[in-house]
Ligand binder design. Structure first.
Ligand code: SAH
Length: 363
């Protein structure tokens, strides 16, 4: 049987575990505090627990602590991209952004992704595995430890489709916003989905106050299908119904993400169609100039097209912003830092193969 990952246990479950070990109730509080407030990197750091208990805990439970492999800092705006290694050798990336209103972290929810969006680098090698709640939390914890600054906003917009890792995502969201932990306000958390309709309904019923962002990227089913395979499963009308349900249950304004791809979805007609979808809804449109990846031919819409598109939306009284491109000078789009790291490793392995006459040895 797999060992329990203690950092993925919500407070109530941790309490039961500690009772099972014959420990007093306040131990669970102490332990939770060490993991989720003091952000301890290991059991050894928990100095007000007896050595005997720490040994017992480490014999019984796994302790997730991400290993920082690389950090790149943008000279333009101070954005930092982190590459973390997981216990099984997989790597994931997270981004730290400084805004006037506070620090924001963009986390990954899976290792790789199986959604196959054509313009996205995270999906090129498919899905490796889901991240556990602790692995999602620890991206924020590790960055908080490293920067020494509080994180006030979290966006689940890195590698992976969060609603394809639904159970772990929900545990993560509750622990992140739990008053016994970092207690980040639910209103400062955004989950972005390519549109897994059934799980959008489930999320609406979770009684959470988080923002839902839908990656729309096209205003007709035909165009959407050319960009996102998921559009073959759910049509735009179904997505809009799910968004309306989300709003009716949570009262939270929906964000529509729309990546502008040159010559594909950036015409005035596209803007008109998008206005028709957005007009009747309490929503906000986030325009993202597409970040070209070398594996695909897509190009960014021209600057004047982007401005014209935004103007059109504004004329139609649609709330919209163009996403500021943070950290342009460091491996841009989602998943690119990880891909560069992995291909560098493959090359290094190749050199080793020759050196060992083809007998592969893992470092
Ligand atoms: N799976 C989630 C989170 C993915 S990334 C989702 O689909 O929403 C967050 C956003 O960045 C999504 O809107 C995604 O479509 C977009 N995105 C991914 N690669 C991009 C690129 N190269 N340029 C612009 N936007 C991109």
């Amino acid at each position: 049987m797999d060992r329990i990952d203690i950092k993925s246990l919500p407070f109530e479950e941790l309490k039961k575990e500690m009772e099972g070990l014959g420990e007093k109730a306040f131990r669970a509080k102490q332990l939770y505090d060490w993991m989720h407030v003091k952000l301890a990197g290991s059991f050894e750091e928990m100095t007000n627990l007896s050595k005997e208990l720490r040994t017992r805990l480490s014999e019984r439970y796994d302790y997730t602590a991400l290993n920082q492999v690389e950090v790149q800092e943008s000279r333009i705006d101070g954005t930092r991209k982190y590459l973390f290694e997981l216990h099984d050798g997989n790597v994931i990336e997270s981004v730290w952004m400084k805004y006037k209103h506070g620090n924001s972290v963009c986390i990954s929810s899976q290792v790789g992704c199986r959604m196959g969006c054509r313009f996205c680098a995270s999906t090129l090698d498919g899905l490796e595995r889901n991240l556990s709640p602790a692995e999602m939390l620890d991206q924020i914890y590790a960055i908080t430890r490293q920067t020494g600054e509080r994180v006030s906003n979290v966006v689940v917009m890195g590698t992976g489709e969060p609603l394809d890792n639904y159970e772990n995502l929900c545990v993560f969201l509750r622990m992140l916003t739990d008053e016994n932990g970092l207690h980040i306000s639910q209103r400062n958390v955004t989950v972005s989905t390519c549109g897994l309709v059934p799980n959008m309904y489930r999320l609406a019923d979770e009684k959470l106050q988080i923002t839902l962002a839908l990656s729309l990227h096209a205003a007709t089913d035909e165009k959407r299908k050319s960009l996102m395979p998921i559009a073959n499963r759910f049509c735009i009308a179904e997505l809009m119904d799910a968004c309306d349900y989300y709003f009716s249950k949570t009262g939270r304004r929906i964000t529509f993400e729309y990546s502008l791809v040159g010559g594909v979805n950036d015409t005035d007609e596209d803007a008109e169609r998008l206005s028709k979808l957005a007009g009747p809804r309490c929503c906000h449109i986030n325009l993202i100039p597409v970040n070209p990846i070398k594996e695909r031919e897509y190009v960014q819409a021209e600057a004047k097209r982007i401005a014209a598109f935004k103007n059109k939306l504004e004329k139609n009284r649609i709330a919209c912003t163009i996403r500021r491109e943070m950290g342009r000078d460091i491996d841009g789009a989602c998943g690119q830092l990880r891909r560069r790291h992995m291909s560098a490793h493959k090359e290094a392995d190749g050199v080793k193969d020759v050196f060992h006459n083809g007998h592969r040895e893992k470092a």
